[in-house]
Design a protein around this ligand. Sequence first.
Ligand SMILES: Nc1ncnc2c1ncn2[C@@H]1O[C@H](COP(=O)(O)OP(=O)(O)OP(=O)(O)O)[C@@H](O)[C@H]1O
Length: 575
Amino acid sequence: MVVKRTISNINIIWPDYHSYNNDIGNDQSDPHNEDHVSNKRVASKCKYVINENGELGDGNFSTVKTCQNLITKNLYAMKLISKRTIKDKLRLVSSEINLLRFLAERTRSLESSINYGDNSHNRDTFTGHHHILQLLDFFQTSQDIVLITQLCAKGDLYELILSNTSLELEKHVKSFTACMLSVLHFLHSNGIVHRDLKAENVLFRLKNDSEVLNINDYSAHDLILGDFGLATYLNSASENTFREYVGTISYIAPEIVKCKDVSKLSLGELDKIEKYGAPVDIWSLGVLTYFMNFGYTPFDCDNDEETLECIIKADYYSDEDSVNDSALSEFWSFIRSCFTIDSKNRPTSSMLRYHPFISEYFPSTKTDTSKVTFEMNDEIENINGLEKKKSSVTSIHSLKSPVKSTSSSSLTSLHDLSSTKASTSLTKQGSTSLLNIPHYVDHQQRRKQAISRGNSLMLTSLTPLHSPIQKFNQNSTFTLDPKPPAVSLMNGCYSTNPEARPTLGDSSPRSLSNPSSSASLMRLHSNNLDHEGSEIFKSMIFGNSPPSTAPSSSNSFTKKATFQLGLEHDDENDD
Ligand SMILES: Nc1ncnc2c1ncn2[C@@H]1O[C@H](COP(=O)(O)OP(=O)(O)OP(=O)(O)O)[C@@H](O)[C@H]1O
């Protein structure tokens, strides 16, 4: 059985996750036995090798390693999502892949339409789609579902904040916030909600020639938002997607907190819970901005119940000194806007670009029409007019700081709504609830340690770029090229396990030096059958979108779909 989804111009056919799940269940009987697997399908030889010493990080469901494409010689990040670990959470993985593919397509189409020489485009310092993790390829092995993405530096924003105690407001908090706001603006205007914006998911992309993150060199890195595992389309097919209790507790909005007990509700009761939407990301942005500035998160208390209580009331911690610090007035105004309890009154990503805290990064807002200016003024009035009540000085907050969730810590917190009263309908919708519950350490203690280690911020400024076009292009690490040649991609096929090597070879993209051998991702999905490659390559590439010559029977769709996830296919396409 297949589920067919049409996302913009991409026709994605994805196997029903229940049947896929069954298939994975079979694998688990002997996941190490390739022969067992090969009884029912032929695995392609993996086109990537892993650096066995190149672990970049791990998450709740995955390990991320440096890898090299054997054909292009380019280095990428390989995210290995263990089938054993995700078991019944396949919906989240297919959703992540679908979304990343859509975003990669959207990015390519936007890039091809932007004329960088024309000042009417891209006047803002940050261009949202430049700061999203790009998916290059994906496949599955007997043990893992594998995503190949662009390579970012080891370490993330969370580690950067903790290792520096906090970040500097003028130099970094503002620019990082503006950058993430540009990403949210891009996602929201494309109908996508991320639902897990947090420091751990913000990575640093380096220029090709930099091996380690030199945060002092502005021109050598960019912020990248990753982990789209919880991201979803606003017009999601599932009735209850926006009633799921998902996210990371320190960052969730009040409207998500209200969904905490959805698993215990009857269907009638569930209907009464208001659906949430894109504003949940704005709340998380407020938490992230606050965390960058202070080095601790705003709502965390001794226990989760108290934390959730504070979130519901927007009762964030603030000490009197910082509240009265005039240098922080715009910061607090921004925070208050993000922490507007009523999501309908919370400013959108579009409106927030006008906020004085970060508006200098969005010069395009200055030349908008009078209508927009009026809305802007209105908005700023709202921002400034927000009630002052909301911050706690001596409340139940205990100044605890989050500790990064480890790969095992939140797995136990996966609640499957299928075990609930509302199970029948929710399971049908494929609904799953996921909440990462981080552990906490004593903030004061950590702060003292950081100070005694003499950690100081050495970051240079990501200042607004006033001659934006030229300078932006020079400084950005964003690039879509070189485009991987079609023959180097695996496009969802079933593969042997990637070989691990102690070191990876030369990463110069030799095969890409021959332009005729390269095909952009755009072309891979363009239904243009004139590009190079044999019919079998076309079949592989268009596995998710049948070539126009393919028979249009539902059988052929099914074959394509199963081929795409490698459930049953013959791949004659090995190297
Ligand atoms: N492209 C990349 N380049 C470098 N490091 C990466 C990349 N992708 C992920 N990482 C590292 O691996 C970690 C885990 O990745 P990711 O957050 O995607 O996994 P996850 O299992 O979905 O995590 P979560 O626990 O948030 O659900 C990240 O925190 C980051 O440190």
